[in-house]
Design a protein. Structure first.
Length: 259
């Protein structure tokens, strides 16, 4: 079993869209020692480009409905424009990066979501190929992973980037790495008051999370993010943090803990 440290950083679309925030984040990411993976979103860019193409964006509870036309857009934007731009910028910082979707090297397989709401071509993860991912990172390559997976039958599927980060972290922890998972975005952490950046909740357990949801403190897009974070801690990921994009080590963010 391996005992090497692996840092997985998930960066949200708002940071990807802000060049100043993105430049700072990529420099900080480049400075992280040891094995590392960057997982990115890009929903805002996909929405903007879809609009230019006359394709309507449909959202339900903060989740994108991905019909056939939108699947073409997200595949181009996530797997192409956003992913390869991040790879190129990391190369300029001396990071030997390679961009991947879940279909590349069969890294992540999923199935089309079955739910009361038809989300279209949205994938829920079935399997992460930890051995294949380990092969890349042990060769000294830094992976930049787009929020796209495949079903093994030739179909690409749009998959939540927070989920991909959590599933990859869980798989690599099971493979023997000491994994730190950091969700970074434009806020300083999980906030008690969305309008007060100083109201960071220092730590969240499953019990406190359920109470925060009941009290209305945590809602919307933060719900699946914390669900994914809690799932990672329960599956053996050493540290899980939700923090600002300028705080990759999580010194001032929110720690997600099992108990």
């Amino acid at each position: 079993m391996k005992t090497e440290k692996l840092t997985i950083i998930k960066v949200g679309g708002a940071v990807v869209e802000d060049d100043n925030q993105l430049e700072r984040l990529l420099k900080d990411f480049a400075a992280i020692e040891g094995r590392k993976i960057l997982v990115h979103g890009g929903g805002r860019r996909a929405t903007a480009i879809a609009s230019k193409l006359g394709i309507e964006t449909q959202m339900v509870g903060g989740r994108r409905i991905t019909d056939a036309a939108m699947l073409e857009v997200v595949t181009m934007v996530y797997g192409g424009l956003v992913n390869k731009t991040l790879v190129a910028r990391l190369q300029s910082l001396g990071v030997d990066a390679i961009g991947l979707t879940g279909a590349d090297a069969d890294c992540i397989r999923s199935h089309r979501r079955q739910a009361a709401i038809d989300y279209g071509f949205v994938g829920d993860v079935d399997k992460v190929n930890a051995a294949k991912i380990a092969g890349f990172i042990e060769s000294g390559t830094t992976l930049v992973m787009a929020p796209l997976t495949h079903n093994g039958e030739g179909l690409m599927l749009n998959t939540n980037a927070d989920t991909i980060a959590s599933e990859v972290a869980k798989a690599m922890a099971s493979y023997g790495y000491e994994v730190t998972l950091v969700y970074c975005f434009e806020k300083t952490g999980v906030l008690r008051d969305a309008d007060d950046d100083n109201s960071v909740i220092p730590s969240i357990t499953r019990e406190s999370f359920e109470q925060f949801v009941k009290d209305g403190v945590i809602s919307g897009g933060m719900l699946p993010k914390i669900e994914n974070a809690l799932a990672a801690t329960q599956a053996g990921v050493s540290q899980v943090l939700i923090t600002h994009s300028t705080d990759l080590l999580g010194e001032h963010g929110t720690k997600i803990v099992e108990n």
